[in-house]
Design a protein around this ligand. Sequence first.
Ligand code: SF4
Length: 371
Amino acid sequence: MNRDLKGKTLEELEKVVLGFGQKKYLAGYIFKFIHQQNGREIAEISTLNKAFRAQLVEQGYFISQLRVVDSLSDPDGSAKYLFELADGERIEAVLLPEDQRQTLCVSTQVGCPMACAFCATGRIPFHRNLTAGEIVDQVNAVCSVPVRAYPEADEDRITPDGVTTNRVTNIVYMGMGEPLLNYDAVLKSIRILNHSAGKNIGIRHITISTCGIVPAIRRLAEEEIRPRLAVSVSAPTDALRRKLMPVADRYPLAELLAAVRDYQAKTGQRVTFEYVLIDKVNDSVTHARLLVKVLRGLMYNVNLIEHNPFSGCEYTASSRARIRRFASALKEAGVETTIRFRMGRRIKAACGQLQAGYRPRKPKRESSADL
Ligand code: SF4
């Protein structure tokens, strides 16, 4: 049994507490200590009596802690955190400030088995899934690590000694790894982060971004807790998508979009389709019009992502002019479209650039031709 208290929901903590013959409400004190106060040591939970704290430690319970190896801030305001896990593996998370929002992009796996051709993480061999505690702790660590004030930092983030602490308002499961391949830990981490006795991050402020794992999308539709869903599509045809995203071999577009349609029928939720724009590969007006055609009948918006180059990648980013033309073609068809221009590129924290210091493997795929 995993004895990390950080990776337990409040209900699981209640079972632990009851197992020691203690009152159930004490679980709430533990949960608050870990998730509101970012507490680290069981011995410091002053709301529990000393004997109970000692019993917990004796029985092997602990509060896990990621080690912050490095944190780098980009002049555009984004910041990247490199974490070391207890077994020495490394992952990254990225904080993206935008207006009043502070979105943390968290990792869910060490490496990624999906091997999308436009993504640096996909070049790292898959090592393992993260635990729920390791996912949650990326948020806790970023909230408790002091960072130097950016010029535009909120007044309320600045402490008297001149440093700031981060506030995370939104979470996107879009860092290293495919979140729906680590389904149980991801869902558990969402339950923990969403709980009102902890970080209390609204469920509408939490997004799972998937490359399109069809059975998991269908499973998610049945959950009582429903974060927002984003699906990386990045090509309007199976032939092109297979070149960019090997997942398309397993789940062709028709199957993927049928799952999204059923998801919407169950949940009534709009879905975001993400589309990484690669120069002269998938970024023509013809591609945009085809995309509108294949997505017809769905409730959706499109998030266009500027491709971010990395060492060994055979693709280049579309020009801003091509990106705007692509966006205009979607908008003319009535599709709500946003363009995510690069943030954090200088510190290799932009979308598709996370490698946590691992050595990349060679690409599996050949370059694809334009339509
Ligand atoms: S884009 Fe996501 S699913 Fe694809 S290789 Fe990168 S991390 Fe994995």
